[in-house]
Design a protein around this ligand. Sequence first.
Ligand code: PLP
Length: 243
Amino acid sequence: MTEKLLSTDRRIENVRENYKIIRDRIAEAAVKSGRNPEDVRFMAVTKTVEPALINAAIEEGITLIGENRVQEFLGKESELHLEGVEKHLIGHLQKNKVRQIVGKVEMIESVDSADIAREISKRSEMQGITTDVLLEVNIGGEASKFGFSPDTLEENLALISELSHIRVRGLMSIPPICDEKAQIRQFFSQMNELYIDFSAKIFNNINMNILSMGMSGDYYEAILEGSNLVRVGSALFGNRIYR
Ligand SMILES: *Cc1c(COP(=O)(O)O)cnc(C)c1O
């Protein structure tokens, strides 16, 4: 039976079960990589997901959600039980949408150009706030993906570190789809090296302690390679139904 034919109650039950399974696997991978379970954050990726399911995940213990689109987030925000829940934007951001999202989320993980960083800083300044961001890295060099290429990261970090109302907290990545686990671990490992390199460098406004990588199919491997924030959608909520 396909997901959309299941009743909402049934799908909520599934979310509750999935949550526990994923939470335990995250804890296992964290320990296996020499860390504590609470050192790795579990983000629920909520794109296309109806509020009832998101609220069920929050009841189970989710304290971090990620949305891809500004419009979708603002449209369902009022139906979510967000007390104590942190919100991150994780999708490509257009310049003309920056104004609407700054101040509404705790972090923008998908900063993929110095231009967008400048706009976020400008709009943050107008609101009298500083916005935490991650820089997205296109680790596989794919034409279809957003993000800085690893070899332009340093010059862009230098530029972005000059912006007054942004704080760079780390890196985010979506590696290429790989058939082999060993292959995807290579990409995660390269990301971890970049993260370690850049966290050690001194820039203004940059205090990196977040490495956001790993999704439904590969969060376990991502944690083994150093991720401390995994972004999980379909493994938690079921397959997405795009309307
Ligand atoms: C959709 C999405 C995810 C979650 O993908 P799943 O494979 O469903 O877990 C994670 N990160 C980003 C940036 C996404 O757009």
